[in-house]
Design a protein around this ligand. Structure first.
Ligand SMILES: NC(=O)c1ccc[n+]([C@@H]2O[C@H](COP(=O)([O-])OP(=O)(O)OC[C@H]3O[C@@H](n4cnc5c(N)ncnc54)[C@H](O)[C@@H]3O)[C@@H](O)[C@H]2O)c1
Length: 273
């Protein structure tokens, strides 16, 4: 069990949504915060909201940039002390069907949703092991990392990889006193749909005006559903509880239950007698 009080936490995608929800909860629990994000305006808002509660540093970081990641890690540890709570959370959603995908979109979403997590692990975990002071890693995957369908092939590819990585790390890091939790949210009320659209490579998908309109309508529908879903601050509370209990899996609801059961049963059925 890791107590977060007095520890330094590094949160990617910490300026908005689930990352900010975790930051709020950690601040109230006495952790020091380093928030890394590309959204500098939201970082400034988060800083002014949370600086009365705890020591907080904010960094303009694109998680795909390995050199910048290492430089920001050094800067954060200079200011706050060793990071022993790591939250690889920054992410985007791309739901294009495979016929509409292209390399620009693959590179964009795999770069952030998978390589961003790898870069966080590779930057901080060796330091955490070397210091021998334990700690905890939380990787944000998705319900779509546990059973495919619904969010598209590209999103599932990265999120499944984060599941495998986290399960493996959990076994590997236990002997170093470092816990690992895998956050697999169901729908959460954030602005991820709009933010991902703004950030995706311009003109990556060629659409007719009618297709453009249809896509916009679909995205607005998903955005509306999310706004009625779990509050990101409640997700933060679930994550803090999981850290304290050293739980591997964090589900935010039971949305994925039928799909996980169906997948597991199909896997088992496919085994030879
Ligand atoms: N909201 C949901 O319903 C939901 C469901 C399942 C999984 N998730 C996952 O939760 C995580 C957080 O999503 P959210 O819903 O809070 O979205 P969000 O858009 O509210 O927050 C994501 C944050 O990541 C930042 N970000 C994006 N690309 C970045 C990059 N290259 N470098 C640094 N920061 C970057 C954004 O600026 C934003 O602040 C993501 O990994 C997402 O895939 C979300």
């Amino acid at each position: 069990m890791t107590d977060v009080e007095g520890r330094a936490a590094f949160i990617t995608g910490g300026a908005n949504g689930i990352g900010l929800g975790m930051a709020r909860v950690l601040a109230r629990a006495g952790a020091k915060l380093a928030l890394a994000d590309r959204d500098t305006e939201a970082l400034a808002r988060a800083r002014s909201e949370l600086e009365a509660l705890t020591s907080i540093e904010t960094y303009d970081l694109d998680v795909r940039d390995r050199a910048a990641f290492a430089a920001v890690a050094d800067a954060a540890e200079d200011r706050l002390g060793p990071v022993s709570l790591l939250f690889n959370n920054a992410g985007v959603i791309v739901t294009e069907t495979v016929a509409k995908l292209n390399y620009a979109l693959w590179d964009f979403a795999i770069g952030i949703n998978l390589h961003g997590v790898i870069n966080g692990i590779q930057t901080f975990v060796p330091r955490m092991i070397a210091r021998g002071a334990g700690g905890h890693v939380v990787n944000t995957s998705s319900g779509s990392g546990l059973a495919a369908g619904g969010s598209g092939t590209l999103y599932a590819t990265a999120k499944f990889a984060v599941v495998g990585m986290s399960e493996s790390l959990c076994g590997e890091l236990a002997s170093s006193g470092i816990g690992v939790s895998l956050l697999c949210p169901g729908p959460v009320a954030t602005g991820i749909v709009h933010r991902s659209m703004e950030d995706a490579p311009n003109g990556a998908v060629k659409l007719s005006p009618e297709q453009e309109q249809r896509r916009w309508t679909q995205r607005e529908a998903i955005h509306k559903v999310l706004q009625k879903s779990t509050d990101p601050d409640d997700v933060g509370e679930m994550v803090l509880r999981a850290i304290r209990n050293n739980d591997l899996y964090i589900h935010t609801d039971r949305t994925m239950e039928p799909a996980i059961i169906a997948r597991t049963e199909a896997l088992l059925r496919a085994m030879p007698d």
